[in-house]
Design a protein around this ligand. Sequence first.
Ligand code: NDP
Length: 282
Amino acid sequence: MKRFALLGETLGHSLSPALHKAIYRQLEIDDASYRVVELEAHQLSSFFTGFRVGGFDGVNITLPHKATVIPMLDEVDSKAKLINAVNCINRVNNKLTGYNTDLLGFAYSLRQQGVNIEDKTFAVLGAGGGAQAVAAVLAEGNAKEIFILNRSAERAASVKENIEKLNADVVASIVSDKEFSDHAKSVDVIVNTTSLGMSPDTKETPINKSVFHSNMLAFDIVYNPRQTRFLKEAQTQGAATANGIQMLVAQAVFSVEIWMGGNIVTHIDMNALTRDIEKVLK
Ligand code: NDP
């Protein structure tokens, strides 16, 4: 029996067990389990002592431990290290390696929306772990320009710095909401990576609806609710929209690829998985 888990602090409403079970069902894997493990930061070190020698074959990591676990690993994928966020750990021969599959999930979902990153202009709202993953994908994909908007200046500066480390040709600028309103017309894709609008605070939104326009894709990495206020307002302004469910599904499938090997994403029915999760969210 292969044993996997999601590690985080408050996981009562997590979709991950249902999602992973749906993946195993599709792959006809009946000897794998996936559960949640709620831990506070001070409990991580003793958990990892046990994890290294057995217990679980792999774990996903969620808030607030994506950075805290890094010093407890033997190896960390270079991009996960750069953005200081690990959301997937694989154990092989008692050696722990960390990865970031949020990056892969976002890149997958953007491709499915038909977006070719190269030479496009993006706006990234937020500068947390999700934003770092999104910005890294855009930098690697040769975006033309990336506007970064965030409440805390320090975290915005870290996103800009990482974009420049990954690709010096990408123009990255930190802008205020007011400054951004002058540039919004040139933006092809606006990505919300803040937690604003996430259930239960669904009345919140990160930006004034006047920035949306009909030649824009508004992508919200928040997946609960499926239609955030950000997406509803983008729609009323004629923008195309995408929510975070496909990214969530894809990051889980890429985790399973890391744990079990093989090219699963092209062999699995991703739409059926997305529908499974949408049913759970109803
Ligand atoms: P973090 O806590 O790392 O970052 C949160 C971001 O939201 C920061 O930029 C923070 O700003 C901003 N923010 C929070 N509250 C406010 C507020 N009141 N006013 C202004 N800004 C605010 O979280 P993550 O990046 O990990 O996750 C963010 C969201 O993305 C969550 O809803 C999460 O569920 C979702 N997500 C979805 C994924 C998917 O697969 N679809 C994958 C990863 C995340 P500041 O820096 O100033 O604090």
